[in-house]
Write a protein that binds this ligand. Structure first.
Ligand code: NAP
Length: 341
């Protein structure tokens, strides 16, 4: 059983929940941050009981230094860190290069430290995009079609990084027990006011920043299930995980469903949640001028239902219902003072 795990990107939403679950299970954790001077004390404040079981290292996906030190003494790696910005960058390479080269840096350092088990946090963004419009259901056998120029930069970065990682392992470390975890949009309780891009959706619905509901939808999975899938994949027998992809999803919901769940489950804080539908024609017209509308225009009316069945069967993930994840997101945003009445 792996005793010391490297979790990259300890400041992140998913990495935070994963560190929580690993420490609760009695493991020791190495984690990396881009700026140790800024983040180390915050991480120790979040997990005061961890003491020597939590060590923080400085490493940037765009640089070589720090990764070997972070891997030293570890039995397994969960490579979670990757750029996940809210806005679309000027050039896809702004995301693709750090995502891909960063993953290869971490793989190479792990291999150099004789670490065999490597779990990559990929995404449904590497599965369900760039396909013909009629395709609406997806699983681990599907890959985002990089030849389609309309695949957005973030989705491109996750696809390129996962493909490059798999090729690197095949060429350089075929004995490595590599697998990827490919979640859809991750919701659930937040631990602080530094919210991930996926949480922004619920936040903007609650604050009224989204004034009307575009006809777009998302697969939803809870952050606690995403962390649990990582914990299980880090420890499972090699024959269950080696080479595998594990898509994680409870269900696909339209934005109007998410708004309705917020109204029913957290009525006191749902006063600003919109009821009106934003007509498709307005989204398309506004897409030329408003970056947010440009991002969602290709998603109008589009179902991308990614099956979470394989992870249920192999990793034993019994998904927290999306309705509960949405409620937990909302309540934690209130508890952390991010959403106020
Ligand atoms: P997050 O809270 O934004 O965390 C991203 C982490 O990556 C942060 O710790 C960030 O560090 C780190 N990072 C970004 N660029 C870096 C760089 N150049 N060098 C080192 N670290 C860097 O996002 P998250 O939601 O937890 O996502 C974590 C992972 O899950 C990502 O790989 C993402 O693609 C994947 N994922 C997320 C979702 C979702 O809906 N949330 C769904 C599927 C997959 P800083 O704090 O220094 O910025």
């Amino acid at each position: 059983m792996a005793d010391t795990i490297l979790v990259t990107g300890g400041t992140g939403y998913i990495a935070g929940e994963l560190i929580d679950q690993l420490l609760d299970a009695g493991k020791s954790v190495h984690t990396t941050v881009r700026d140790k001077a800024k983040s180390e004390s915050r991480l120790h404040q979040r997990w005061p009981e961890a003491g020597e079981r939590l060590k923080v290292f400085q490493a940037n996906l765009e640089r070589d230094d720090g990764w070997a030190e972070a891997c030293d003494g570890c039995d397994a790696v969960a490579h979670v860190a990757s750029p996940f910005p809210l806005s679309v960058p000027d050039h896809p390479d702004d995301l693709v290069i750090p995502a891909r080269d960063g993953a290869l840096r971490v793989l190479s350092a792990a291999h150099g430290a004789d670490i065999k088990r490597f779990v990559l946090t990929s995404s449904s963004a590497a599965i369900a995009y760039g396909h013909p419009p009629g395709k609406s259901t997806f699983d681990e056998s599907d890959w985002t079609v990089l030849e389609n120029p309309n695949v957005p930069p973030y989705h491109r970065s996750k696809t390129v990084a996962e493909k490059a990682s798999r090729e690197w392992v095949a060429d350089n470390a075929p004995d490595m027990e590599f697998c990827s975890i490919n979640p859809v949009a991750v919701l659930g309780p937040v631990a602080n006011d530094d919210v991930s891009t996926s949480i922004e959706l619920v936040l903007k619905l609650m604050t009224g920043e989204i004034p009307a509901l575009p006809q777009v939808g998302f697969g939803i999975v809870d952050v606690r299930d995403v962390a649990k899938a990582h914990v299980t994949a880090l420890d499972a027998p090699a024959e269950k995980v080696k080479g595998e992809r594990f898509a994680l999803s409870d269900r696909f919901l339209w934005m109007r469903d998410i708004a309705e769940i917020l109204r029913v489950r957290v009525p006191a804080y749902a006063g600003k949640v919109p009821r009106r539908t934003l007509p498709n024609i307005m989204v398309k017209a506004g897409a030329a001028f408003v970056p947010d509308l440009k991002q969602i225009a290709p998603e109008l009316g589009r179902t991308r239902d990614v099956s979470g069945a394989h992870a249920r069967e192999v990793l034993g993930i019994h998904y927290i219902p999306a309705k509960d994840s949405i409620e937990a997101t909302a309540r934690s945003l209130v508890q952390n003072g991010i959403v106020k009445l």
